[in-house]
Design a protein around this ligand. Structure first.
Ligand code: SIN
Length: 358
């Protein structure tokens, strides 16, 4: 990680944290083939310098490179580093807001992670943390990164009356809660926001804003950030035609601590998995059930009675449910170490049962 360039300690600024992604990508032949490129090639300082002249006067920017990766390679230790950096910045009175440049492939996981670990802090400190990225590499004709970054910087530095502090995301001129962000198209410029409840960032939509406030009212306490080497091992298993019991049974001799089952339709899974999943639960593996469709709520005992011990994921998609389950398992472990008898289900319910913006 590179360090923050020195500016006088109390100078108010927006902190831009670079994680990599297509927004920092370079294509060898951008005109002929802009979709063949390498993500995470350009430093965050260059991305900021590129749009410096368009940034509203008076806003001081500080950039810090935390990683420069293709986000398909996002790791749990990197999430720990990002979460700690975000918390530290929110608690720094000189930081007025944060922008995070990130790959869009796994921005869904990072959005949920930051909401669950830093959402309350951002709200109470009245600071916006804004994730952004791009679908085209930085040297492609019509690259979307500069305008996304500019929108994110403007929103991060807008007076807080416009919309409360919290964890948000910006793509293609629209803003949403970061926990609602999900890439649902391989190439479209608005891919990460296509199915997310959102608002224009220029003119905040009142009904979206009241949805944000309902979620923030229900989110009472941030979960602990797992230490780099303490993330519970959780796998996503996708049910499909021809699913075999061995796909689940295979794991039962491993140290896996949780499964997120991405079921079909309303979150049902192949009958062949009922017996090995029951065995997994009786061995102490945490099992959460969601839908592989990518949208909609998974309800308890729908479409049929749950395998005892299996928890429906509510509004969480499979990638979000995986992060949520990891955080819940870790939070329960920390609570038990502190003598509080809480279960992973207690913590998971806080995330999975949040209201939805409609
Ligand atoms: C990545 O997720 O790092 C590559 C894809 C993207 O940013 O759109």
């Amino acid at each position: 990680m590179s360090s923050i360039p020195s500016i006088p300690e109390n100078t108010p600024h927006i902190l831009v944290l670079g994680m990599g992604g297509t927004i920092a990508g370079l294509a060898p032949n951008p005109k002929e083939n802009p979709l063949q490129y390498q993500a995470g090639q350009v430093g965050v300082e260059s991305l900021v310098n590129h749009i410096q002249s368009a940034i509203p006067g008076g806003i001081k920017l500080v950039s810090r490179q935390l990683a420069n990766i293709n986000s398909r390679n996002l790791s749990e230790p990197l999430l720990t580093g990002l979460g700690l950096a975000v918390r530290e910045a929110i608690n720094n009175p000189a930081v007025k807001g944060l922008v995070i440049t990130h790959g869009t492939d796994t921005i869904e996981e990072t959005g949920l992670f930051l909401q669950a670990t830093c959402g309350k802090l951002a709200q109470t400190q009245a600071k916006r943390v804004i994730l952004t990225g791009a679908m085209l590499p930085s040297n492609a004709p019509g690259a979307d990164g500069p305008s996304n970054l500019l929108d994110a910087l403007r929103w991060a530095s807008t007076a807080i009356e416009n919309c409360p502090g919290g964890i948000y995301a910006v793509m293609d001129g629209r803003g949403c809660m970061a926990m609602d962000l999900a890439k649902r198209h391989a190439t479209a410029l608005n891919a990460p926001l296509q199915n997310s409840p959102s608002s224009s960032v220029g003119l905040i939509n009142p009904s979206w804003l009241s949805g944000v406030k309902a979620i923030q009212a229900a989110w009472n306490e941030d979960l602990p950030i797992p230490q780099e080497d303490e993330w519970p091992w959780v796998e996503i298993l996708t049910s499909h035609a021809g699913a075999r019991p061995e796909t689940v049974a295979h794991w039962l001799n491993s140290n896996v601590q949780g499964f997120v089952v991405a079921g079909s339709g309303q979150g049902g899974f192949h009958d062949a998995w009922a017996e090995p999943l029951g065995r997994a639960i009786s061995q102490g593996v945490a099992v959460v059930r969601t839908t592989r469709t990518g949208a909609g709520t998974t309800l308890p005992n729908i479409p049929e009675a749950d395998v005892p011990g299996c928890r429906a994921a509510g509004t969480l998609t499979a990638p979000r449910a995986r992060i949520g389950l990891q955080l819940a398992l870790n939070a329960a472990k920390q609570a038990n170490l502190a003598g509080k008898p809480m279960t992973w289900q207690d913590f998971f319910a806080r995330i999975a049962d949040l209201p939805e913006i409609r």
